[in-house]
Design a protein around this ligand. Structure first.
Ligand code: ADP
Length: 580
């Protein structure tokens, strides 16, 4: 268990291994240096108390000077050691934290759908600071304890094998109790970590959806939910502390017995002349320190067990596979914007039915194609596949005759823009939200905002384009957000533009604005209009009708009406007011 955990920590980042190697080396040197003052003190004492040595101050003085010097040297080396270690550790922390955020963003949409946002963030934050905490303890307690124990053992054996033996026998007994504590608390640790993550996920979710929580007067409901989980966490934590404290009495007991036995033995050895008085003091000083440090090891050890779960969860992020792979080296660019679906089938992982089944069609460059069908028929899934948020299970999707997987994400997603029903905005200015991630001049931003009919409402704000939109755009209406999303898409000069249910939740005026933008774009880029309101799509060059993931009809509006098939039937139903 402890080995797996150590391996997990070391594998977090290449810099971690380097950090531990260099720190263990420095720590060893430091512990060796720390041996010098007590050894010099022993020599001084032996000179001072032994009349046979005919001690004169002239002999002892240089020894005292050496003692003072060694004390100063120890402090100096400690300062240098801490400085180097701190700097390295902070760099490791930086690599781990930034690396994890990078990995989180690289993970498929799939991953994020399965993991609550708060849970992921709790893993990153808790994981990284707990790991840094662990490093501190390893650096300041564990390594020194390991080296100190080893050196003490060597010195004790040099002075007297009996002393060495006592020490050697007690260290494993102590370690036995230490590991026993870990085994006894394993289950409760798992429980409290799991519940803490759950709590964190629920709390974040409640705050993120605060408007819905309030709309339904569900503050108390959310409060109760989080409290139940938090209490489960707390109960397990307290149980872990209880078991840990009980075990600690055994660990401390072992150490106390060992200290007393060492002292009895050392005094006896001195009395029978095996060791000198100086050696007695050295033995007592070194073994006391070593035992005390061993006692401190339990704290690090318990912390390591706590961290085990954090590291494990943190590592889950690092180990999570990225199913949709980028091809960053590809220089292929989309120039025309033709789309071909060839026998494409796709199923979401946990579903039993295909979201798309054997879908085939082609769309020429600059054509406007509407994709219609009842909700759940697979329309949005097509967008997700086109943007490679998922890869199809079967068949291929080609753009400009090249398979999507042969484009780099940058070139693919740089040429396909989506305006969807749920517009995601960032807590920044309107201008920054339109530009999002690219540098654009004010003139350019103004141009696209006008095209998207966003300029009308932006210019009414006192701060215009510098107006802050609030977190996730809470200060804007649905229609306004939608128009910003169109401006954002247009700024990227896409070859393919997808409107995914962009108008379904808008008022008549906003819808008109968006239709106007769509009309202006017709014939200029390949337009894919996903809609379940049939009125939206009359002007499309072609209509693809999906039902239960299959293409059932393809043709112009008139052709499909004349066919008197599913399209005609659905259209009629909608005219009668039955939307789906
Ligand atoms: P539409 O856009 O036509 O309303 P979707 O493409 O969103 O339909 O959904 C097609 C099918 O896939 C539906 O049965 C839906 O429940 C399912 N589905 C959509 N998104 C997911 C998802 N993220 N995970 C699992 N199933 C999904």
């Amino acid at each position: 268990m402890i080995l797996n955990q150590a391996k997990a920590v070391l594998n977090l980042h290449p810099s971690v291994k380097q950090f531990f190697l260099s720190i263990s080396f420095l720590s060893m040197i430091f512990e060796l240096v720390k041996l010098v003052p007590p050894v010099v003190f022993k020599i001084i004492l032996d000179h001072a108390v032994d009349p046979a040595m005919a001690t004169s101050f002239a002999i002892v003085f240089p020894l005292i000077a050496a003692y003072g010097g060694s004390l100063f040297l120890t402090t100096l080396i400690e300062v240098i050691f801490t400085k180097i270690a701190e700097k390295r550790m902070r760099n490791v922390e930086r690599s781990i934290t930034l690396g994890t955020v990078e990995k989180l963003l690289a993970l498929d949409v799939d991953y994020h759908q399965e993991h609550m946002m708060g849970t992921s963030m709790s893993r990153v934050l808790r994981g990284s600071w707990k790991i840094v905490d662990l490093f501190y303890h390893v650096m300041l307690t564990l390594f020194p304890a390991i080296f100190q124990t080893t050196f003490t053992l060597i010195v004790l054996f040099i002075l007297s094998w009996q002393l060495g033996l006592v020490f050697l026998i007690f260290v494993p007994i102590f370690l036995f109790f230490l590991v026993r504590g870990a085994v006894l608390t394993q289950e409760t640790r798992k429980i409290y970590h799991k519940n803490y993550e759950k709590f964190s996920g629920l709390a974040t979710q409640a705050v993120a959806n605060v408007r819905t929580v309030k709309d339904f007067d569900n503050e108390a409901f959310e409060g109760k939910r989080t409290k139940t989980i938090y209490d489960k966490y707390l109960t397990a934590l307290l149980e872990r502390i209880r078991i840990g404290l009980k075990n600690r009495t055994f660990e401390d007991g072992v150490i106390s017995v060992a200290r007393v036995l060492t002292l009895i033995l050392a005094v006896q050895l001195m009395l029978n002349g095996t060791i000198t008085a100086g050696s007695l003091v050295l033995v007592v000083t070194l073994s006391e320190k070593a035992f005390l440090n061993l006692a401190r090891v339990y704290r690090v050890y318990y912390q390591m067990q706590d961290i085990e779960q954090d590291v494990h969860r943190f590592n889950n992020i690092h180990d999570a596979p990225i199913n949709v792979q980028d091809k960053p080296s590809s220089k292929k660019k989309i120039t025309k914007g033709t789309i071909e679906f060839a026998h494409v089938s796709f199923r979401y992982e946990e579903n039993e039915l295909d979201a798309l089944r054997n879908v085939s069609f082609t769309i020429e460059s600059r054509q406007t194609v509407a994709i219609v069908g009842r909700s759940g028929s697979g329309k949005s899934t097509m967008t997700k596949l086109l943007l490679r948020h998922f890869d199809p299970n079967d068949g291929t999707i080609l753009v400009d005759g090249t398979s999507l997987s042969d484009y780099s994400f940058k070139n693919l997603r740089g040429s396909i823009a989506v305006v969807s029903q749920d517009v995601e905005l960032f807590n920044d200015t309107i201008a920054a939200n339109i530009a999002y991630g690219i540098t654009a001049s004010k003139k350019e931003i103004l141009r696209v905002a006008k095209l998207a009919h966003a300029h009308e409402f932006i210019s009414k704000f006192a701060s215009g384009y510098d107006t802050l939109v609030g977190e996730r755009g809470v200060k804007l209406s649905g229609g306004q957000k939608q128009r910003l999303a169109i401006a954002r898409a247009l700024l990227r000069k896409p070859k393919i533009l997808i409107f995914d249910e962009a108008t379904s939740s808008l008022d008549a005026e906003s819808e008109k604005y968006i239709h106007d933008s769509i009309e202006k774009l017709q014939g200029k880029v390949t337009l894919l209009i996903i809609a379940h309101r049939f009125a939206t799509i009359a002007r499309a060059d072609r209509i693809i009708l999906l039902e239960e993931g299959e293409v059932k009809e393809i043709g112009t509006h008139d052709q499909l009406l004349k066919k008197k098939g599913i399209f005609a039937k659905l259209r009629k139903l909608q005219e009668l007011g039955d939307v789906d």
